[in-house]
Design a protein around this ligand. Structure first.
Ligand SMILES: Cc1cc2nc3c(=O)[nH]c(=O)nc-3n(C[C@H](O)[C@H](O)[C@H](O)COP(=O)(O)OP(=O)(O)OC[C@H]3O[C@@H](n4cnc5c(N)ncnc54)[C@H](O)[C@@H]3O)c2cc1C
Length: 409
């Protein structure tokens, strides 16, 4: 049977949901079809043995402009991480904390041994454009590594910056757009990331709940073909004629459906462990700042120290993240455990594996120069998603908004 609709949105990740919401608010009739069994796309949360387990460790920064504008952050009951980072050094787990947000840690930060004046000056030189009046650097973007080298950011502090950013950007070659990294630095400085009380998927669920007709899940679009003034969209057991279609899938699927360019994708391997005793009191993300890191992890964190709702009472939840894909050897569970034990400086023998997740297509590569990608594919279809804006929650929401604007004219 062929249904008829005004606008069909393909994909119920953040971009598709934001787009659908804005179209509905403007009075358009919208259907959302989603291939998976639930909304959220790359933001999903499972409940396993009483733990909340996100599909790949990620955080929500309430300072993202798009989040401020379109998300009811208060309703998510964000549980914030500490504003800083814990650093594994040869002989200690040091702390580098935001001086204004964590004033009680200022002395510890100054005494961490990591902040050498020359290195701090280099880091400030690198970060300065993020805070200056000239925030847009059209034509001056470069790979992150070049920019950090050029600013003279060096020493142990540079290693910490590299490790931290590798965990955020999911790459450790410094090939990402420096302008994008500076955008993230600005957001990190102005807001403290956290985890919603019900898990990260609470974010897309909030967007979906605002739609008047529920997202149709388990409906994978197979083709989109023009037919007169309409588009005929086919899924396995259903066909719809739509006046307009927005393709809000992941970048790889969007390429197949529309002929739009597919960026290289970056992956992450996340382990979630349960422990009766927390290996650290720290509520911050931990990185290995040693000259020779002891293993594959780009970061680790005792999630339940920051977000108690993620673990049952009396239990602790720990995450570890390693880069994944692009010809890298896949670390064994033992290698992951050993490295996590070194980072926290605590035994891991009592830890139990709750989940191991390979996410090969976590983020699209965000290479310089940073620029908005076209919203219209070579075949004339409107495409949105983080790959059309920036590789982030912010980018996905912004691209959904732009797609809605494109349709509303
Ligand atoms: C492990 C991980 C960590 C991350 N960490 C952060 C972080 O800390 N901060 C941050 O800002 N960002 C982070 N991100 C990025 C952020 O989650 C994404 O940028 C954002 O969720 C992308 O949303 P999207 O709507 O563009 O795409 P997606 O979430 O990929 O949504 C696309 C949707 O389309 C559906 N679909 C695909 N094919 C079809 C089809 N044929 N028919 C119908 N539906 C289809 C998919 O099932 C999916 O639901 C992280 C991502 C991952 C995976």
């Amino acid at each position: 049977m062929t249904e008829i609709c005004d606008v069909l949105v393909v994909g119920a990740g953040l971009a598709g949901l934001q787009c659908a919401r804005e179209l509905e608010a403007a009075g358009r009739g919208v259907l959302v079809w989603e291939a998976s069994d639930d909304v959220g796309g790359r933001i999903r949360t499972d409940r396993i043995d009483g733990f909340l387990v996100d599909r790949g460790f990620q955080v929500l920064n309430p300072a993202y402009p798009a989040v401020r504008r379109w998300v009811d952050v208060e309703a998510l009951a964000l549980q914030p991480f500490g504003a800083g980072v814990r650093v594994r050094r040869e002989d200690s787990l040091a702390v580098l904390a935001h001086p204004l947000r964590e004033p009680r840690l200022v002395l510890k930060t100054l005494r961490s041994g990591i902040l050498k004046p020359h290195d701090v000056a280099g880091l400030l030189r690198w970060a300065a454009p993020a805070y200056g009046r000239r925030r847009s650097h059209r034509g001056t973007d470069s790979p992150l590594r070049e920019a950090l080298d050029g600013a003279g950011c060096s020493g142990e502090l540079r290693r910490v910056v590299d490790q931290f950013l590798a965990g955020v950007l999911l790459e450790d070659r410094g090939s990402t757009s420096n302008d994008f990294a500076l955008q993230l630095a600005r957001v990190f400085a102005s807001g403290v990331p956290g985890l919603p009380h019900e898990g990260m998927q609470a974010l897309p669920r909030q967007l979906a709940a605002a739609l008047s007709s529920p997202v149709r899940t388990s409906t994978r679009v197979e083709s989109i073909k023009p037919d007169g003034t309409a588009l005929v969209v086919t899924a396995a057991d259903t066909v719809v004629r739509a006046r307009e279609v927005v393709v809000a899938t992941d970048p790889v699927t969007a390429g197949g459906l529309t002929g739009s360019a597919v960026p290289a994708m970056k992956g992450v391997l996340t382990h979630w462990f349960a422990a009766g005793t927390a290996p650290s009191e720290a509520n911050m993300i931990c990185v290995d700042g040693r000259a020779r890191p002891g293993g594959p992890l780009v970061n680790a964190a005792v999630i339940s120290n920051a977000a108690p709702s993620y673990a049952p009472a009396g239990q602790h939840l720990i995450q570890t993240s390693a880069l994944f894909g692009a010809g890298r050897p896949v670390p064994t569970d033992d290698e992951v455990r050993r490295h996590a034990g070194e980072i926290f400086g605590a035994p891991t023998s009592g830890w139990e594996l709750v989940a191991r997740q390979e996410v090969p297509h976590a983020l699209p590569a965000q290479l310089p120069p940073l620029r908005q990608q076209p919203m219209v594919s070579p075949s004339g279809l409107i495409v949105c998603g983080d790959h059309r804006a920036t590789a982030s929650i912010e980018g996905a929401l912004v691209s959904g908004h732009r797609a809605a604007q494109a349709i509303l004219g």
